[in-house]
Design a protein around this ligand. Structure first.
Ligand SMILES: C[S@@+](CC[C@H](N)C(=O)[O-])C[C@H]1O[C@@H](n2cnc3c(N)ncnc32)[C@H](O)[C@@H]1O
Length: 282
């Protein structure tokens, strides 16, 4: 029996920031792999996260899952504006209360001109510039000199991005590949952090799960396993955590932080009936 199925399928095809390619985009089609898993595994609880998208795409997802999404801005629990949709059958979820966390409180040094960071996405590693920052309102920067002097700025450090996602400092700094610890490059850290869930939003959602003990959790598109961070923070005790992920750096980071995770590989290649049979044997 699967107690919880979670996932945030790659969203570029749905995103307002992307080209609106919708369900024909191969990355968004992975949503249907989530639906397939849901149909076969019949978990007690499920959670699907995605970006804010055109209403017609949102409705297709809602029809497939049988529930409407709750919209939550990560800014309520962190110093980052990140509006996301969450479809779940976990009962009674209310939006989190505003914790009042400000960007100036989480940066290591320098100064900022906003209370909340712009959303960190998987392109953040490309860096920003003043024009883009002030005109397009994206790619958060930190001023290293007072605003009155000439503008000197830097990108957010990876640990600041970790803080924006409610992860511990250096959560993504080291990975494990072939049993050996490896240093993860800043570029990879930014990509994974830009893709990640804001852990405390998920913690908040999981806190509404009535059960304290869960046997089997299945996480699709697991990334750096923010799902496990959230389960821990919500005080949920779980026996097995099965993760489907293909990115070697994300898997490496998960191996470092959660060595007991069972990695299932590419979601498109998983036969969920076989998976269920094997799970019963364990
Ligand atoms: C939006 S991110 C999800 C991140 C995750 N929620 C977290 O908190 O880190 C989507 C993830 O799906 C992964 N992915 C892409 N294609 C996949 C596939 N065929 N099977 C499994 N994972 C895949 C990507 O590598 C990426 O890490």
């Amino acid at each position: 029996m699967v107690d919880l199925l979670i996932g945030g399928s790659p969203c570029q095809g749905f995103s307002f920031a992307g080209k609106q390619l919708n369900f024909f985009d191969p990355r968004s089609k992975l949503f249907y792999d989530y639906v397939k898993a849901l149909e076969v595994l019949k978990p007690k609880y499920f959670l699907l996260e995605n970006v804010k998208m055109k209403k017609e795409y949102e409705d297709i997802i809602s029809q497939n899952l049988g529930v409407k999404p709750i919209e939550i801005n990560s800014a309520l629990v962190s110093a980052q504006n990140r509006v996301r949709l969450y479809w779940t059958n976990i009962p009674g979820i209310q939006k989190p209360k505003d914790k009042g966390i400000l960007l100036k409180d989480i940066i290591v040094d320098g100064e900022v001109d906003r209370d909340k960071s712009y959303c960190i996405d998987s392109n953040y590693y490309k860096g920003g510039n003043i024009k883009q920052y002030f005109e397009k309102h994206r790619r958060q920067i930190v001023f290293t000199k007072k605003f009155s002097e000439d503008f000197k700025f830097r990108m957010l450090y990876p640990i600041e991005c970790e803080r924006l996602q409610n992860l511990s400092d250096d959560y993504t700094a080291i990975g494990v590949i072939d049993g050996k610890k490896v240093k993860i490059s800043n570029r990879q850290r930014y990509i994974m952090l830009g893709n990640a869930w804001t852990a405390d939003v998920i913690t908040h959602i999981f806190s509404f799960i009535p059960d304290e003990h869960l046997n089997n959790v299945v996480s699709l598109f697991d990334g750096i396993s923010c799902g496990q961070v959230a389960l821990e923070k919500a005080g949920k005790i779980y026996k097995n955590y099965y993760a489907s992920e293909v990115d070697k750096y994300a898997i490496a980071v998960t191996r470092r932080n959660y060595p007991k995770t069972v990695q299932l590989g590419d979601v498109t290649k998983i036969d969920w009936n076989v998976f269920l049979e094997n799970m019963k044997k364990d």
